[in-house]
Design a protein around this ligand. Structure first.
Ligand code: PEP
Length: 254
């Protein structure tokens, strides 16, 4: 697939996998994806498996991501994880503002922007998630919601930092539901987000930012979705939990 930007496919394992299961998965992926150079492949295990998985990815083309990070440095923040702790395990990417965190932990775009700045301050790359709910889409508020989330969550980033930021468009109604956005719906939302980035930064920054699609991506729909001009990869949940399904998404997207 000939793309303007290098594809990036990340697997969000969410609150799944013991250490032993995580090792099985990453070892399988290493074998299946050993020759993949065309796509940046990122695995995002739960914190408890980062240490062991980091040893496995060292000598591979897989990169390591975390699913969240504190906006604060080390200190008295019970239950939180700081950037320095992630860097100890060679984490390169951090998912921020996933809709599950926006919903269950009540994370706001303002908080996510603070986390994004902290991720960059540690020379890591944030994957900043945005997306509308079904009710918001059906009431014609999709663009308004995306604008507020994009502008709020990326507030304060420099142009250089924005170029090193990945945006994930994840319509909430498509996450874990088996309902995928059509290629036209995905392309429309991605182009809209890129337009917002032109307004916030400039045209050359917007052209460099990779925008992933997330929401029930599987091997069968990956090629068509990732073939859209403004879709630069995928953030994958359910299908990232098995070697075969995740590897096939990546192979089908090349
Ligand atoms: C996600 O949670 O980021 C996601 C896209 O999940 P799924 O692929 O299972 O829809």
């Amino acid at each position: 697939m000939n793309k303007e930007r290098k594809l990036i496919v990340a697997g969000n394992w969410k609150m799944n996998k013991t250490v032993a299961e995580a090792l099985d998965l990453v070892r399988g992926l290493k074998i299946e994806l050993a020759n993949i150079k065309e796509v940046d492949v990122v695995v995002c295990p739960p914190y408890t498996a980062l240490s062991e998985v980091s040893k496995e990815v060292l000598d591979s083309n897989l990169k390591l991501g975390a699913q969240n990070m504190s906006e604060n440095g080390v200190g008295a923040y019970t239950g939180e994880i700081a950037a320095t702790m992630l860097k100890e395990f060679s984490v390169r990417y951090v998912i921020l503002g996933h809709s599950e965190r926006r919903q269950y932990q009540k994370e706001s775009s303002e908080l996510i922007s603070k986390k994004a700045l902290a991720v960059h301050a540690a020379s890591l790359k944030p994957i900043v998630c945005v997306g509308e709910t079904l009710a918001e889409r059906e009431s014609g508020r999709m663009q308004e919601v995306l604008q507020s989330q994009v502008q709020g969550s990326l507030a304060g980033l420099t142009k250089e930092q924005m170029c090193e930021t990945i945006v994930a468009y994840e319509p909430v109604w498509a996450i874990g539901t088996g309902k995928t956005a059509s290629t036209a719906q995905a392309q429309e939302a991605h182009a809209f987000i890129r337009g917002l980035l032109v307004g916030m930064f400039d045209d050359s920054v917007a052209r460099r930012v990779r925008i992933q699609y997330g929401g029930s991506v599987k091997a069968a729909n990956a090629r068509e979705l990732l073939g859209q001009p403004d879709v630069d990869g995928a953030l994958v949940g359910g299908a990232a939990l098995e070697v075969r399904s995740f590897a096939d998404i990546i192979k089908n997207s090349i």
